[in-house]
Design a protein around this ligand. Structure first.
Ligand SMILES: [Zn+2]
Length: 306
């Protein structure tokens, strides 16, 4: 009969927050992911609160309320401190509007061309009301067309530097077409309602797709409970876990010890020595109880059974 031979490994799976289609409470999820493969969540349009404004070229622009308030602060900051006057080209497009566009294009150019050039209704980030396309005014002139806007990288650089401060991120980064499905667009910004998080995302150089993917892969947290850590399976487990921790594959929180194969003090010493040996004395060791929860066994009595 095996007695306390195997150490128990506790793998605690931390709950991962669900992203993308999570509409918590009555508010909208400002971290929502809408792209060519993720559609606008059900019920989004009913919940969305927007404002309408008229831009400098006379177009009506509809924007999610909080995103618009943040945009105004960004606009004010850029105007005051960088002498850059930004404007809103377009922001929200409803699913119905997108369907109209598809219909018009299909009639005029045929389904093949339409599929290539117009986003599928339900799969455009502009449906969210949180995606804003900017343009700017220079010396009293509107720099409005894409081909003109790309001629001013130094202006975009200054705009991008201030996005996070107001809870915006740049959405379609350079060289990430294969991930976002779009080429670099310096004008397309996205409101996420969290300046601190926006700063982290902008500094990471990751797209929203990559960032959310990283977040859902929250590292498993591992605690190893051992009754002996000499040159045996437990020592090997410590080594493997420490290596995996080092490689960022999991989060090795620590070791707990218990009496078992050897007495408690010996088990603790062995665990500490093993960690020292592999150069990971930074991993904490917590000494547990010498006595099993069910009490000590009477070895002499048990031996009679065999
Ligand atoms: Zn856009």
């Amino acid at each position: 009969m095996k007695k306390f031979l195997f150490a128990m490994m506790l793998v605690v799976l931390m709950s991962c927050a669900a992203f993308g289609d999570d509409l918590a409470g009555t508010g909208i999820n400002y971290m929502v992911l809408v792209n060519k493969t993720h559609s606008l969540p059900d019920g989004w349009e009913e919940m969305l609160k927007t404002v309408h404004i008229t831009n400098s070229v006379g177009d009506d622009v509809e924007v999610e309320k909080k995103a618009y308030e943040a945009y105004l602060l960004l606009k004010e900051d850029l105007l005051k401190n960088d002498n850059i006057e930004i404007e809103l080209d377009s922001a929200r497009r409803s699913v119905a509007e997108q369907m109209d566009i598809v219909e018009r294009f299909t009639k005029k150019y045929g389904p093949e061309y339409t599929a290539k050039t117009v986003a599928t209704p339900g799969y455009s980030e502009h449906h969210t009301g949180l995606a804003l396309d900017l343009y700017f005014r220079l010396d009293g002139k509107d720099i409005y067309y894409n081909e003109d806007m790309v001629k001013y990288p130094e202006i975009w650089e200054k705009i991008h530097a201030k996005l996070a401060k107001y809870g915006f991120i740049l959405r379609y980064l350079e060289g990430k077409d294969n991930i976002t499905g779009y080429s670099y667009e310096p004008w397309h910004i996205r409101y996420i309602d969290d300046p601190e998080l926006a700063k982290k995302i902008m500094e990471s150089g990751l797209t929203l797709e990559e960032w959310l993917n990283k977040k859902t892969q929250t590292l498993r947290k591992v605690i190893l409970d051992t009754d002996t850590a000499y040159l045996n399976d437990d020592a090997f487990a410590i080594f493997v876990l420490a290596q995996a921790d080092k490689l960022g594959m999991l989060d090795f929180l620590g070791i707990t010890t218990t009496g078992g194969n050897v007495f408690l003090a010996e088990a603790t010493t062995a665990a500490l020595r093993q960690l020292e040996l592999i150069g990971r004395s930074d991993i904490p060791v917590y000494q547990g109880t010498d006595e099993p929860l069910a009490g000590f066994r009477n070895m002499i009595e048990e031996a009679k059974l065999y």
